[in-house]
Design a protein around this ligand. Structure first.
Ligand SMILES: *Cc1c(COP(=O)(O)O)cnc(C)c1O
Length: 380
């Protein structure tokens, strides 16, 4: 027998009560019973995304909502800015190019956050830019981008700001309306504690106006259709109703705890992990702008990085994510997203220590666990 600990930046553990809720017999979706659930979820989504705008629920993984934001806002030949500092920022550019959109891509060194003044300068030089695509937490590197400052820059122009907050929502702060984010995108399988399969997208009035001009081809991800259904607490196509039932439960859990408390919990846990790994002499991969969504840690040269991630998962039952592209074998990424408590921090640190020790890394056993526990006791 092996007990499994899912500590990767998605998918994440689903609370047992929510699993039970989703295990109940299926019923038909074109019913008042289901519309009541949708109505409640729609209201609560606004409270979690901190917006008064509609938040659409799509049956797809997060990338579906990213694609929806492109094909519903833009037309072939339009110009956009993307920020490529990792796999997810890169993805917006790839989607846009697939639809014949001109992409001005700002390259950012992996492990660093984008400098908003670069976006500002590019916007000044290209007054015809229709949209800027950004990422709250760039999950591939663990960086948190400064969305507030990006929003203040983009807000002065005619362009809309689209933010991929799929991993970051409820772990790193996102004030959608206060900051002026036009489209905020989320996904079910990260801090929202649900299985994969739902994506969410808020739409501002500025974005709705741009949508009117869009000529990109679209059918399944037609947001005008989705908005029309939304007004009637419905969805255009058969929704993943099991997941929406689960959504209703997790949103209540999040709002019962309180958005501020949920954010603080993620911050405390991330801080404890950062303190713990550094006490072992390990280095953070994104030290200047670490997210609270995922902590990426450099694996020492003396340790086989691929073996570390494999061993900790296959032998200890602790699933972290490894590095991608250039970071492959060089980092591991640990997340305590959503359904997590203080003792999960101890499990994560203890597993890191045991496997690092087994792979020959030298340190005093217990140093990281102790530091993490001290950090948890200090920050309340
Ligand atoms: C997980 C994630 C996505 C979505 O990926 P899917 O596999 O399509 O759900 C997008 N952006 C970021 C930042 C993510 O972490």
């Amino acid at each position: 027998m092996k007990k499994e600990f899912l500590m990767a930046p998605g998918p994440t553990p689903v609370p047992p009560d929510v699993l039970l809720e989703m295990a109940k017999p299926i019923f038909h979706h074109r019913t008042k019973r289901f519309r009541d659930i949708v109505a409640e979820a729609n209201q609560n989504l606004k409270r979690v995304l901190l917006t008064s705008n509609p938040v659409l629920t799509l049956t797809s993984s997060g990338t579906g909502a990213m694609e929806a934001s492109v094909v519903n806002m833009l037309s072939p030949g339009d110009k956009v800015i993307t920020i490529n500092g990792g796999k997810f920022g890169e993805r917006f550019g790839l989607i846009a190019k697939a639809y014949g959109i001109q992409v001005l891509e700002i390259m950012v060194t992996w492990g660093e956050a984008v400098d908003s003044s670069k976006v500002e300068a590019l916007l000044k030089a290209n007054s015809d830019v229709k949209a800027v695509f950004a990422t709250l937490c760039e999950t591939s590197t663990g960086v948190k981008h400064d969305i507030k400052s990006l929003a203040s820059v983009v807000g002065k122009t005619n362009a809309i700001l689209v933010v991929d907050a799929i991993s970051g929502l409820t772990a790193d702060e996102l004030k959608t309306d206060d900051w002026g984010v036009d489209i905020a995108i989320a996904g079910s399988q990260k801090a929202l504690m649900l299985p994969p399969g739902l994506a969410f997208l808020s739409i501002s009035e500025k974005a709705k106006a741009l949508m009117e001009k869009s000529t990109c081809p679209k059918f399944y991800f037609n947001l005008k259709k989705a908005l029309k259904s939304y007004e009637a607490d419905d969805t255009p196509w058969t929704p993943a109703l099991t997941l929406i039932i689960g959504l209703n439960s997790v949103l209540k859990m999040i709002l019962d705890e309180g958005m501020d408390n949920v954010l603080k919990r993620h911050a405390r846990h991330a801080e404890a992990i950062r303190a713990g790994v550094q006490a072992l002499g390990l280095k953070l991969y994104a030290p200047s702008a670490p997210s609270n969504t995922v902590t990426s840690v450099k694996i020492p040269d003396s340790v086989d990085g691929l073996a570390f991630v494999k061993k900790i998962r296959d032998e200890k039952g602790v699933t972290f994510a490894g590095g991608q592209d250039d970071a492959k074998g060089k980092i591991f990424r640990a997340s305590l997203l959503g359904y997590a408590c203080d003792f999960d921090v101890v499990v994560a640190m203890s597993a890191i220590e045991m496997v690092m020790h087994e792979l020959g890394y030298k340190f005093e056993i217990g140093t990281g666990v102790k530091k993490a526990q001290q950090s948890l006791l200090e920050v309340r």
